[in-house]
Design a protein around this ligand. Structure first.
Ligand code: ADP
Ligand code: 2DT
Ligand code: MG
Length: 214
């Protein structure tokens, strides 16, 4: 009898700086693996590939001048560089837990102003569509109590507040988002995220992966 191929789920975590994305992504992968579910962590920007090296330079070096549209497209290209890898893993049955994705691309560029929202979204169309997006929300006062901002571009209050508003707007546009208030303990948040993730893994296993279509 032929074995039905079950694909992994594409799970994305978005949110402002220090909302706990990286912490929750790492723990989610560990929790899934401990339940014998194949899972892997990915993060964007992926600073290890060709576009990632340029993006890293842009983020860490405030003297690096790059046109806003050009850097927007580079962040998008950085995801496109990973499409084959993502599809291979997902269709091979591995669930991907992704720390930031297209929504960060749209939100950070939109927060700068001067670029049309539809133009920003266009570059993302056709990429694998997440089965589930968690938006971790945290007000600025709570975030400020956590380990401080680094030196990178965008790590300032004005930018983070704009980005937060745009994320909330994006979350209302689709039904695959779960907005989670991120001020609870790491453990209780993890339990909530794991519960939703397990449901989605079971639900999408035999479904085809969709493509982003804004
Ligand atoms: P992000 O990736 O969203 O910027 P991190 O996961 O790196 O956030 O977390 C930022 C800081 O806040 C880290 O020092 C982390 O240990 C801490 N942290 C993460 N989640 C929580 C939480 N639920 N409560 C308190 N501190 C947290
Ligand atoms: P980290 O601190 O999470 O490494 O993010 N960014 C990210 C964009 O401007 N566009 C994108 O498409 C993505 C994925 C957000 C580094 C910074 O890069 C920003 C913060
Ligand atoms: Mg992080």
């Amino acid at each position: 009898m032929m074995k039905t191929v079950q694909r992994g789920a594409l799970i994305v975590i978005e949110g402002v700086d220090r909302s706990g994305k990286s912490t929750q992504c790492k723990k989610l992968v560990e929790s899934l693996i401990s339940q014998n579910i194949k899972a892997q962590l990915m993060n964007f920007p992926d600073r290890s590939n060709l576009t990632g090296k340029l993006i890293n330079e842009y983020l860490i070096n405030s003297d690096c001048k790059l046109n806003d549209r050009a850097i927007h497209l580079l962040f998008s290209a950085n995801r496109w560089e990973n499409v084959e890898k993502m599809n291979t893993l997902l269709y091979g049955g591995t669930t991907l837990v992704v720390d930031r994705y297209s929504y960060s691309g749209i939100a950070f560029s939109a927060a700068k102003g001067g670029m049309d929202m539809n133009w920003l979204k266009q570059a993302e169309n056709g990429l694998p569509k997440p089965d589930l997006v968690f938006l971790l929300t945290l007000n600025h006062e709570e975030a400020a109590k956590r380990v401080g901002f680094g030196e990178e571009r965008y790590e300032n209050e004005a930018m983070q507040k704009k980005v937060s508003n745009i994320f909330s707007q994006l979350a209302k546009e689709e039904d695959n988002w779960r907005v989670i208030e991120a001020s609870d303990s790491i453990e209780s948040l993890q339990a909530i995220l794991l519960g939703h993730t397990l449901d989605v893994i079971a639900r999408v296993a035999k479904q085809e992966l969709k493509s982003l279509h804004f």
